[in-house]
Write a protein that binds this ligand. Structure first.
Ligand code: ADP
Length: 345
């Protein structure tokens, strides 16, 4: 089904393979955009067009054990594409949902290929990726939320580990999705003119808790040109660098945030007095999932933080890099183009 380039072929393939795979008497798919019904065979007429239309509108599944039919809305990323009817009562709710989800992906993919030229299809598949990511985010986060709920309710010490693991997995899911989103077509920084001091102080304030009373020295000139940036995302990059600096340097050691001009660009740096990064690893740490040899077993992490930061900075037309003296510390810096020459606080 995922190989087909047409919605109609995909839809026909879907109902037939559902019937064969699950050995049920029949399946029927209603697609809203085409307003068409695809039936595996005439037996499926026991599920009427009106019922299928109704489920696609009401968005609630109907499972009738007595009549041995099930009709579920076909959803993708918050949008209802139609509904899918099953004859027989062989399928569990989990299976119904999984199959319906696959059908939704197949239909949407076929539709994006069908609509317009090849480039249009490519552009659409970027949009599709974004829609899929939203759906995936929802599907992945829901069980985590319930695990955390259950764990908290039990209040048993043994469950602390499970609780921490759920947090860790949650962080991984959030970071993987963020990475994928930055790579997908959906990531367009929402830019406006901001003063650097404003971004720096917001990031320090937001990280107050994780800075755990660390001394943070700010070396930000009173006046600098404004940068044309997405405030939230650039703040996130700074938070990431501060978070790493805390994670990878001894408690109580000094952190320094420095900002200034280098040619036409604004450069912001975060320096720590940690153990530094061996030269051979300095380029690799910006790769997805790469974790330093020394930190892998000692410090919790996903290896995604810096690659997300890199994605954000590059989407702004900037650059991010590290200089480090093993044994002395690391300085992470990023450069951003300036908007206007005049200076702002
Ligand atoms: P994570 O911290 O989850 O491993 P990152 O992408 O943030 O992922 O960092 C990748 C790697 O870069 C880390 O595993 C660590 O080896 C190294 N690193 C990052 N920041 C620092 C730092 N301030 N000092 C020393 N090493 C660092």
């Amino acid at each position: 089904m995922l190989l087909s380039g047409s919605v109609r072929t995909s839809a026909r393939d879907a109902v037939n393979s559902i019937m064969r795979t699950f050995e049920i008497p029949g399946a029927v798919l209603f697609t809203k955009a085409e307003d068409e019904f695809f039936r595996s065979d005439p037996q499926t007429l026991t599920i009427s067009d009106e019922q299928l239309r109704w489920i696609a509108t009401s968005e609630e599944p109907l499972i009738d054990h007595q009549r041995q039919i099930a009709i579920v809305p076909v959803r993708l990323g918050g949008q209802v594409l139609g509904s899918l009817g099953f004859l027989g009562s062989a399928l569990s709710t989990a299976a119904l949902n999984a199959v319906t989800y696959l059908v939704a992906i197949g239909i949407e993919r076929a539709r994006s290929l069908e609509e317009g030229s090849k480039t249009e299809a490519l552009r659409q598949s970027g949009a599709l990726k974004a829609v899929l990511l939203d759906a995936l985010a929802h599907d992945l986060k829901t069980p985590l939320t319930s695990i955390k709920g259950a764990v908290n309710a039990e209040e048993k010490e043994l469950l602390t580990i499970a609780n921490e693991e759920a947090d860790r997995m949650n962080r991984l899911v959030v970071e993987v999705l963020e990475m994928a989103r930055i790579e997908a077509a959906k990531f367009h920084p929402d830019r406006s003119s901001h003063g650097i001091a404003e971004i720096v102080s917001a990031a320090v304030k937001a990280q107050e808790e994780s800075l755990k009373g660390r001394r943070v020295e700010l070396q930000v000139p009173d006046l600098l040109p404004a940068a044309d940036v997405d405030f939230e995302f650039i703040q996130q990059v700074l938070k990431q660098l501060l978070d790493n600096a805390v994670k990878y340097s001894p408690p109580g050691s000094l952190l320094t945030i420095d900002a200034g001009m280098a040619g036409e660009k604004i450069v912001i740096s975060v320096a720590d007095h940690g153990k530094g990064i061996p030269e051979a690893e300095q380029a690799r740490i910006f790769e997805k999932f790469y974790r330093g040899r020394a930190s892998r077993d000692e410090v919790l992490g996903t290896g995604l933080g810096l690659s997300i930061a890199k994605g954000i900075i590059e989407a702004h037309g900037g650059r991010i890099w590290v200089t480090s003296q093993p044994g002395q510390g690391s300085i992470f810096s990023f450069a951003l183009p300036v908007t206007k020459k005049e200076l702002v606080p």
